[in-house]
Design a protein. Structure first.
Length: 416
């Protein structure tokens, strides 16, 4: 079976699809990963076929405007202006994405399309190929859950307004899909109602651990929660002597990463964190990753170790606690390996993950990236590393997650 996996976003948005791709490939299916060009190496490392969605989307996120809108220190009017400029610049990037989706799908003629919520053309394709397109959700609340708004709003406004947020999100997606029709010069009349009906009836799989997000029993049969899945990231990586020596010398190490999230003040954010760590003699590994944090010139090298790339499934079992941005993958892995956790949310679903891990009891409530200061972050970090109940609870949830095995169920749900 030829299956196209399409994902748009940062690296965290690619990871669930790479894991799914590896499962499908093991079963003998022909898998094509259609991602932004910047993630070509991830696909090729997994020995799968890559199809490029172009470069403009990631370039837009990596711009000064993108950094300010997605996770900067800007607030109020400046933040609003950044969002407006980003939306304007996003038009060309979105046009490229839609045209690339169309060209890949129409040339490859797949039997199945598996896609995420940022992708539009598979919705159109699904109108003529009913039951053959599957939405993958790596974060909760894309479909109605009692007591919650849609993930974009990350709040609770009461039943009426909560339902309204899901209606607004569906309306927005339907409008975006209709705009895609115009960009592709598709003259066939497709109504907003047809698109909305297709969106609500299509199969959707939440690739989330039910220990973090149990499936609501009132959901329709086309919605399911089938566990967190990860690919093996250690295949082409080996630790160096510096990191192994650091791990040997210290206990209760704190790991800090902002993953693929960017901000316009990585040096300033890192200085705040370093000041707290050094004053309180907390050993830590800081991952600069995509540039949300920076390696500084002056710091206590005996207490702090910087890395730029490290597989989480290798390092997390060796550390005590994690401070991170709150991506779905990082959140799952930190808890899977029994790490006390605190989230510094940057955008959208990360605020929701912050609340989920706080409600689970695996860490304190985090602080928005644009709001962190030495004064408000220091007591949070001290609580994270000194309150042993967080670590105990994380280990309990990790034990639950270890018993979860949805690999075959996920596979069958996609191919049947």
């Amino acid at each position: 079976m030829k299956i196209i996996l399409i994902s748009i976003g940062t690296q965290g948005d690619m990871e669930p699809f790479l894991a799914i791709g590896e499962i499908l490939k093991e079963k003998g299916h022909q898998v094509i990963c259609a991602f932004p060009e910047q993630f070509r190496n991830l696909v090729e490392d997994s020995n799968m076929k890559f199809a490029s969605l172009g470069t403009k989307y990631i370039e837009m996120l990596d711009s000064d405007i993108g950094r300010a809108a997605m996770g900067g220190s800007a607030s109020g009017l400046k933040k609003f202006i950044a969002y407006v400029k980003l939306a304007k610049n996003q038009t060309e990037a979105n046009k490229e994405l839609v045209k690339k989706q169309y060209e890949i799908i129409e040339s490859e003629i797949p039997y199945r399309i598996v896609y995420n919520a940022k992708v539009t053309y598979p919705v159109i394709w699904g109108l003529k190929n009913s039951g053959r397109n599957i939405l993958i959700c790596a974060s909760p609340y894309l479909h109605y859950v009692k007591g919650h708004t849609h993930v974009v709003f990350h709040s609770n406004f009461g039943t009426f307004f909560n339902k309204l947020t899901f209606s607004l999100a569906n309306f927005g997606m339907a409008m975006t899909t209709r705009i895609s029709l115009k960009w592709l010069n598709i003259t066939e009349k497709i109504s907003r109602k047809q698109i909305k009906t297709a969106m609500l009836s299509n199969k959707a799989i939440y690739t989330i651990s039910p220990s973090l997000f149990p499936r609501p029993d009132y959901w329709k049969e086309n919605l399911d929660v089938l566990g967190y899945h990860e690919r093996n990231k250690i295949v082409n990586w080996q630790p160096n002597k510096e990191i192994t020596d650091f791990l040997t010398k210290h206990d209760r190490i704190l790991f800090i990463t902002f993953g693929s999230m960017l901000n316009p003040e990585p040096v300033e954010k890192t200085k705040i964190i370093l000041e707290i760590l050094e004053r309180n003699k907390i050993p830590a590994i800081i991952n600069t990753a995509s540039g949300g944090l920076s390696k500084l010139e002056n710091y206590d090298t005996k207490l702090i170790h910087f890395v730029s790339r490290i597989p989480y499934d290798w390092i997390f079992p060796k550390i005590y606690a994690v401070i991170h941005h709150g991506g779905s993958g990082t959140t799952h892995l930190a808890i899977k390996y029994g790490c006390a956790s605190m989230i510094i949310p940057h955008v959208v679903d990360q605020f929701m993950w912050d609340k989920i891990i706080y409600d689970l009891g695996v860490g304190p409530r985090g602080i928005k990236i644009s709001k962190i200061t030495t004064k408000n972050l220091e007591p949070k970090i001290l609580e994270l590393v000194n309150n042993t109940s967080f670590k105990k609870k994380a280990e309990q949830v990790a034990s639950q997650m270890e018993k979860e095995d949805f690999k075959e169920e996920l596979y069958n749900s996609i191919v049947e």
